[in-house]
Write a protein that binds this ligand. Structure first.
Ligand SMILES: Cc1cc2nc3c(=O)[nH]c(=O)nc-3n(C[C@H](O)[C@H](O)[C@H](O)COP(=O)(O)OP(=O)(O)OC[C@H]3O[C@@H](n4cnc5c(N)ncnc54)[C@H](O)[C@@H]3O)c2cc1C
Length: 438
């Protein structure tokens, strides 16, 4: 076994959380090394380019007024892209398309709701922005919606909005406070679809980390994090047996991966965190088309089925020439183990409804039957955001976790950004740099 020179901080995982934490700590003059086991950086924010079509891993939208944008700004990064306009989109009920009620006129004209349903929806949408999410953190989405309205049609529509903004399809478990925050964010300031996909952001984070002196190595797996008898971080061990002494380690990886590199009491604690986390999953059909059969049909949301359709290239630069990049997704119920053939058939039927004839235009297609969107549903039973663990790990000075399952702020990638920033702050505050110079 070889032992390398000590470093101040080792970051494990080269997704958004790891790159963010590394850049922030490196920026403050600490020696940082980052290890990513995959060949490429980015984790689930990676973008694959095929014949000029930029494929994110399923539909990805960056909230415009949330932790991610703020953390990126602190690092001098301004993501380039545009906000989708839901006007002209469809809401689908019972297999029939209706105007998506995105504003006053479409709400008035849509066949989705009866007149009393429209009036109630208008009233609720006007009220939603002013509601305080805090008292609803321990209430389920289902109970909250029932308290808002007795009308099934209005509840169904609001439930679809919750799915769209959170990816969560678990109204009996999801925290209403957390969902409300996300819906408010979407209604007030929308999202961005990024030009060239989320790789744009990954590349900018990598450059910020490199400029801050971080040493980045991809294709290198960390196998173990060693702690001293007091629990303090002592070293990490790489898959090839190399031992790297360090004062702090940030595990910016999924919860089961985080647990697997630890031992003793920290392992037991992280195993518990991993078991308590309910993954948010989706089935995704990503399509590159040479043209859109129905150019104006660029957005559809299932109201009585957990389905999503959006032409991301109608908004962001993702294709060569006049092709189209389309994301179709099914929000999976955590209680449902998923059935790939059934889910693919549903996604294809939904695509037929919104873009009849699409099959004649396929250049590339990719089906992801069961991807993890976020590693932890924000649940009412755990008290909403406050129930998520970390970033500090009790009993393990110098050990932190970061990711979309960590910390009390934000959902999806915003939770990864926010927990990475918090882990970096705590590490800078509480862990002294190693005095032994390399
Ligand atoms: C279909 C889909 C749609 C999504 N849509 C949105 C959206 O619209 N808006 C939004 O905000 N978010 C969205 N997300 C979520 C977003 O992609 C993630 O929250 C974010 O990318 C997670 O980043 P991360 O760094 O926390 O984790 P990851 O991206 O999972 O990164 C963890 C990294 O750690 C590496 N790793 C694990 N173990 C080790 C080890 N032992 N040694 C070294 N490396 C290791 C992994 O290879 C991986 O690269 C979506 C995700 C999916 C899948």
């Amino acid at each position: 076994m070889t032992t390398e020179n000590p470093t101040d901080v080792v970051v494990i995982g080269g997704g958004i959380a790891g790159l963010t934490a590394a850049a922030m700590i490196g920026h403050r003059g600490r020696r940082v090394r980052l290890f990513e086991k995959a060949g490429d950086l980015g984790g689930r924010a990676v973008t694959q380019v095929k014949d000029g079509f930029s494929f994110n891993v399923g539909p990805h939208a960056l909230y415009r007024d949330a932790a991610g944008i703020r953390v990126l700004a602190e690092l001098g990064i301004r993501p380039q892209g545009r906000a989708p306009q839901p006007s002209g989109g469809h809401a689908v009920l019972g297999g029939v398309k209706h105007a998506f009620p995105s504003g006053f006129l479409s709400l008035l004209s849509t066949g989705l709701l009866t007149l009393p349903g429209k009036l109630e929806t208008a009233k609720l949408l006007a009220r939603l922005g002013a509601l305080d999410p805090a008292p609803w953190q321990s209430t389920t989405v289902a109970d909250w919606l029932a308290s808002l309205t007795r009308r099934d049609d209005v509840r169904r529509l609001l439930g679809a909005l919750v799915r769209l903004t959170t990816y969560g399809n678990a109204p009996d478990r999801m925290s209403a406070g957390a969902a409300l925050e996300q819906v408010q964010r979407a209604l007030a300031s929308n999202v961005l679809y990024l030009d060239d996909g989320w790789q744009q952001m990954v590349g900018a984070l990598r450059d910020a980390a490199l400029a801050a002196g971080v040493a980045i190595e991809s294709g290198v797996r960390v196998d173990a994090v060693e702690q001293s008898a007091t629990g303090a971080i002592a070293a990490v061990r790489l898959a090839d047996g190399t031992r790297l002494p360090c004062a702090a380690a940030i595990l910016a990886v999924p919860p089961d991966d985080a647990a697997s590199v630890l031992s003793g009491a920290s392992r037991a604690l992280l195993d518990g965190w991993s078991r308590a986390a309910t993954p948010v999953r989706a089935a995704c059909l990503d399509l590159a088309l040479d043209a859109l059969p129905v150019p104006r049909s660029t957005f559809g949301l299932g109201v009585d089925a957990p389905l999503y359709f959006s032409v991301h290239s109608a908004v962001a630069r993702l294709t060569p020439g006049r092709g189209a990049l389309v994301h179709v997704a099914k929000y999976l119920d955590p209680a449902d183990r998923g059935d790939a053939a059934r889910d693919l058939a549903e996604l294809e039927r939904f695509t037929n409804l919104l873009q009849p004839g699409w099959r004649d235009h396929v250049v590339h297609r990719r089906f992801l039957p069961h991807v993890t969107v976020a590693h932890a549903l924000v649940t009412a039973e755990r008290g909403g955001f406050a129930g998520r663990p970390g970033p500090a790990v009790e009993g393990a000075p110098g050990l932190y976790v970061a990711g979309d399952w960590v910390g009390a702020e934000g959902m999806l990638a915003d939770a990864s950004f926010a927990s990475a920033r918090r882990a970096a702050e705590l590490c800078l505050r509480d862990v002294a740099p190693l005095s032994a110079a390399a």
